[in-house]
Write a protein that binds this ligand. Structure first.
Ligand code: BGC
Length: 246
């Protein structure tokens, strides 16, 4: 099936048509800046512009940076609070005219990595962490997703872990790769104490620079960079939204 995968992020909204059987992009991805403030109407109009760019006729699979249950967005840590409680899938369908399914963005990225990337054919417990403005997490056991795990909001040093260890924290505090690498290591140790994953996949834009901080990781689990980099969110949204979302 062909689905237009859309990844709603804090700074950009990206999309591309995806062949959901192979995970291949069928065209170059297209990115527009996330409107500010990122209220539902403005974001949905940007999604519509992306669909128009591809002259899209089919359905949309959308990854959203918050909890999504049955198409309803329930949290909004790094996006406008007007999303909380909205039937977002229905709203985007009304604005864009396209049938829309939605899931959490980290779940989307994790599903893509499990199907086509660093987690392919991996059994046991796999934890995906997407590192960006926030810390997104997706947990799998024998390939099955436990949706909407929000482990970026575990408390560390008296605040949300993502405030302490995300890429935004690295930039905000101008941390060296060593200092920040040690923070993400501390975070992964916390996760390891709680879930004992066999494999940890680190994704998000920063996974391109994994050589800079992987030397500071000391957890027992095998840790690998995501293979699909910027495309995981789009591919996973296309592949997963209509399977796991509404
Ligand atoms: C949100 C998650 C999201 C992550 C990455 C967190 O702040 O709570 O739902 O997956 O950021 O965007």
């Amino acid at each position: 099936m062909e689905v237009l995968g859309i990844d709603i992020g804090g700074s950009g909204i990206k999309g591309a048509p995806v062949d959901t059987d192979t995970g291949n992009l069928l065209d170059n991805r297209y990115r527009l800046a996330t409107p500010s403030p990122a209220k539902p109407q403005a974001v949905a109009e940007t999604v519509s512009d992306i669909a128009d760019h591809f002259r899209w006729k089919g359905r949309l699979g959308v990854g959203f940076p918050g909890v999504v249950r049955k198409g309803v967005t329930l949290t909004a840590a790094n996006i406008h609070k007007d999303w909380i409680g909205l039937d977002a899938a229905k709203f985007i369908k009304t604005v864009t005219g396209h049938k829309t399914c939605m899931i959490n963005d980290a779940d989307a990225a994790g599903l893509a990595e499990m199907a086509f990337g660093a987690g392919k054919n991996r059994q046991g417990v796999v934890l995906m962490v997407t590192i960006g403005t926030g810390l997104g997490t997706a947990l799998f056991t024998n390939g099955q997703l436990l949706p909407n795990c929000e482990f970026g909001h575990l408390e560390m040093k008296g605040a949300d872990a993502e405030w302490y260890a995300s890429d935004a924290a690295r930039k905000r505090e101008k941390l060296s790769w060593k200092k920040w690498g040690q923070r993400i290591d501390q975070y992964l140790h916390t996760m390891e104490k709680l879930f004992w994953p066999d494999l940890i996949i680190l994704g998000g834009g920063i996974s391109k620079k994994h050589e800079r901080f992987f030397p500071y990781l000391t957890v027992q689990a095998e840790v690998v960079p995501a293979l699909m980099l910027n495309e995981a969110g789009i591919i996973g949204a296309a592949v997963g939204a209509c399977k796991y979302g509404k």
